[in-house]
Design a protein around this ligand. Structure first.
Ligand code: NI
Length: 177
């Protein structure tokens, strides 16, 4: 496995939107290796999610996992999951604003409104359909990764830029809020 280089905002690949993965390609060695490398890269940089476009691959694949994470302490756990060609549907109109960061937008945080409850349909890494509901932080991470697969970053979803905060200032002024 390899730790991959992460594309930073400004890199056009983050704005293009990713190609769907064909069902018969999911099991192919290059896709499986990409998934393994994405998981390793996410863990290396303490991410809670990573989309393939962030490692310069235009494919609709996202990985996520929330454990004890120094970048996101005190968040509920989300088991390691791989979502291929995910579709999300908001369940209700309720939105919640909370802080987000992104490995492609280093050292910045901002408050982003997201749907609290969503329905997710995707394939797992074996190409099997998965269908589940996600709530709160889990739903937030999936919406953030879905955005990457469609050419958006969290900055686009902020109501305005007034909460944009460098990590050092986040820790100093906002981490407990
Ligand atoms: Ni991100």
């Amino acid at each position: 496995m390899s730790i991959l280089k992460v594309a930073k905002v400004g890199n056009p690949i983050l704005r293009r939107g990713a190609e769907e993965v064909a069902r018969n390609q999911v099991g192919a060695a290059p896709v499986q290796k990409l998934i393994d490398d994405m998981i390793e890269t996410m863990k290396e940089y303490d991410g809670v999610g990573l989309a393939a476009v962030q490692v310069h691959e235009s494919r609709q694949i996202a990985v996520l996992e929330v454990n004890e994470n120094p970048r996101y302490p005190r968040k509920p756990r989300v088991p390691l999951s791989v979502l291929i060609n995910p579709k999300i549907t908001p369940l209700g109109e309720e939105m919640e604003e909370d802080w987000e960061g992104c490995l492609s937008v280093p050292d910045l945080r901002g408050r982003v409104p997201r749907y609290r409850n969503i329905e997710v349909e995707a394939w797992n890494r074996r190409g099997e359909p998965v269908h589940f509901m996600a709530t709160d932080f889990h739903a937030r991470v999936i919406q953030h990764e879905w955005d990457h697969l469609h050419g958006k970053v969290f900055l686009d979803r902020m109501r305005d830029l007034s909460t944009l905060t460098f990590l050092q200032e986040f820790v100093r002024y906002w981490a407990d809020k």
